[in-house]
Design a protein around this ligand. Structure first.
Ligand SMILES: Cc1ncc(COP(=O)(O)O)c(C=O)c1O
Length: 343
């Protein structure tokens, strides 16, 4: 039986076109900055994000953590949302790699927090006996809230607040491409309100590996050094950068199809009395829902027996993520499996 895999948009396999681009890639030693394919990807990504420079890194986690490391010193504080990826899913690395503490804000159901909530958390510069507030971090789209999109007005206000308090502001834009295709707001417009940006090529865009961080020339110069120190200096990595470049050229606009599939899945589940689902949260390619009258473990296991693999979200929630390797028919079948397991 072929499993329908909706655990994440990271499960996609490189398409034939992407594999050909990887096969054909010109390569060189990227630690010497001599890999033409990496250099081309970094130039193009910096352009898309409207930043002076960008750097190719192996993962989204490394991307976020390099940004935080460069912007801070040990003992500093980063303000982020309670369900932010950097708090929930990065193995404690702000503390472990950079000696940072996180100050958590409760976002609304879309994971969005506002300046009113952040302002009281900014510690006075004169209070040497307190941690120094240094960075505000925003995740857009917000994974754990269900792929929700932050508004550009709210982002602008938080950015102005950061500036007026001498703080940096970082965007975890792992899925910024999804926000772009849904709102029409360009990645460069989102990024213009941030000092540093991290975004993934290996999620909905379908590359097997790779993320980009972007910012000023000065920031990227430091980022090179941190990436190397953490073992992320790669050699003939053009074979992988070629997949990232192909993804940016070919797979951004098609993310809309994933959003349609997510909406189809969500609406097919909405009238089941055994499912709690909030359709307002289904803005991109992630569907969160809670099955009623069955443990999450049992639900997952019965779905799997019937040919469907699902992921997890907040406690008590199931996560289904649509992507390029599932068809509309797969999604219809997934909805049938879920409904029959809960019937
Ligand atoms: C919002 C967000 N940020 C960062 C990451 C980390 O990406 P990676 O798995 O490439 O380390 C993820 C991965 O799912 C994510 O959803």
């Amino acid at each position: 039986m072929q499993l329908i895999d909706l655990r994440s948009d990271t499960v996609t396999k490189p398409s034939p076109g992407m594999r050909k681009a990887m096969f054909d890639a010109e390569v060189g030693d990227d630690v010497y900055k001599e890999d033409p394919t990496v250099n081309r990807l970094e130039e193009f990504a910096a352009h898309l994000l409207g930043k002076e420079a960008s750097l190719f890194v192996p993962t989204g986690v490394m991307g976020n953590q390099i940004c935080l490391n460069v912007l801070t010193k040990p003992g500093d504080e980063v303000i982020c949302e309670r369900h932010a990826h950097i708090f929930q899913y990065e193995s404690g690395s702000p503390a472990r790699l950079s000696g940072l503490q996180l100050s958590l804000v409760d976002g609304n159901k879309k994971g969005i927090f506002t300046t009113d909530q952040v302002e009281p958390l900014i510690r006075p510069a004169s209070a040497y006996y307190m941690a120094r507030t240094r960075v505000i971090e925003i995740e857009n789209t917000h994974n754990r809230a269900g792929g929700t999109i932050n508004t550009i007005e709210n982002i602008k206000s938080l950015s102005l607040l950061a500036k007026s308090n001498n703080l940096y502001i970082h965007l975890d834009g792992a899925r910024i491409w999804n926000a772009y295709v849904e709102t029409g707001i360009k990645p460069s417009e989102y990024a213009s309100h941030f000092d540093t940006v991290s975004c993934c090529l290996s999620k909905g865009l379908g590359a097997p590996i790779g993320s980009i961080i972007a910012g000023s020339n000065e920031f990227i110069k430091e980022a090179y050094s941190v990436r190397k120190a953490w073992g992320g200096g790669m050699r003939q990595v053009g074979v992988i950068a070629a997949a990232g470049f192909y993804a940016l050229m070919n797979n951004v606009e098609r993310l809309k199809e994933d959003h349609q599939k997510a909406k189809l899945l969500a609406s097919s589940l909405a009238d089941s009395k055994n499912i709690n689902i909030d359709l307002e949260l289904v803005e991109t390619n992630i569907v969160m829902f809670s099955p009623i009258g069955i443990s999450i473990e049992e639900f997952h296991s019965r779905c799997k027996t019937n040919g469907l693999s699902l992921g997890t979200g907040k406690v008590g929630e199931v996560r289904a993520v649509t992507h390029m390797d599932v068809s509309i028919n797969d999604v219809k079948e997934a909805a049938e499996i879920i409904r029959s397991v809960l019937a």
